[in-house]
Ligand binder design. Sequence first.
Ligand code: ZN
Length: 317
Amino acid sequence: MNDTQKPFSRSFNQPIIIEEQGPRDGWQVEKKWIPTDMKVAYIHKLVDAGLTRIQVTSFVNPKYVPQMADADQVARAIIKKQGVVYSALVLNSKGVARAVDAGLNHLSVSLSASNTHSLKNTNKTIEASKVEFADMVRQAKNAGVAVRAGIQCAFGCRYEGAIDPNLVLDLVKHHLDLGIDEISLADSTGMANPAAVRLMMAQVVALAGELPINLHLHDTEGKGLANLLAAYETGVRQFDTAFGGLGGCPFIAGATGNIATEDVVNMLNQMGIETGIDIVPIVEAACHFETFLARKLPGKIKEVQPSGYPNPQPFPQ
Ligand code: ZN
């Protein structure tokens, strides 16, 4: 058995883990204010469906992301279930401190593999971002918080086009050297394809050893589920999804966001891959949120099997 096969075969025996991103990646782009108690009710409902990981908010400047202005209140108000990982996205040292204060013990920190995206988003080059990134990891680890280290635009950037896979793998090594707890690659733009995912993730699996590997997928070009399956076949067992397929641009009709939690669960169920997640409450949450937004969300299964979910239960009650 060579080095590439070892983690590969280990990963294959691990159960699949879905991390719900709707409350963060999904809601952050919504202009309509979602009341704090409603956010908390959704988080409770999603966890009750069997999700064991959920990104509940993002500790960012509310000037730039007004929907996340109640991050501290949301994190504090959640009634936490044992065995569930409640995480948040943080972008700087202040965010780490706020998240720790709010009682979260798992944080997602990331930087971009695209220099242009990095400059536009954070006003920093990749190299400059690395310095701040390392500081944030240290700060979180000192506070006893687990860190998921991410790489945005790992499969392409709308400004730069293709991203050099070697640059991404260098960032993976950079992250691993910092003593992080999980590595995550993000197809932030939905530009990945199954062949690229297979090639990249097999190399990440070989580099990461025993460390959990996560893949964050967007369905922008309709390749989300295919990309998930390609990564699954390399041994990756952790995926980000959002109920209803939230996370697309709210102003473009049909613009798809993250891969939809219920569609992923549906596909895996049909393949005989156990997720431990009940699809019905996820579909209920998606249908209810469509009513709140007064617009359709891109998730598929809620549309093609309406008879399976005849009366989504109203909530919060
Ligand atoms: Zn995303």
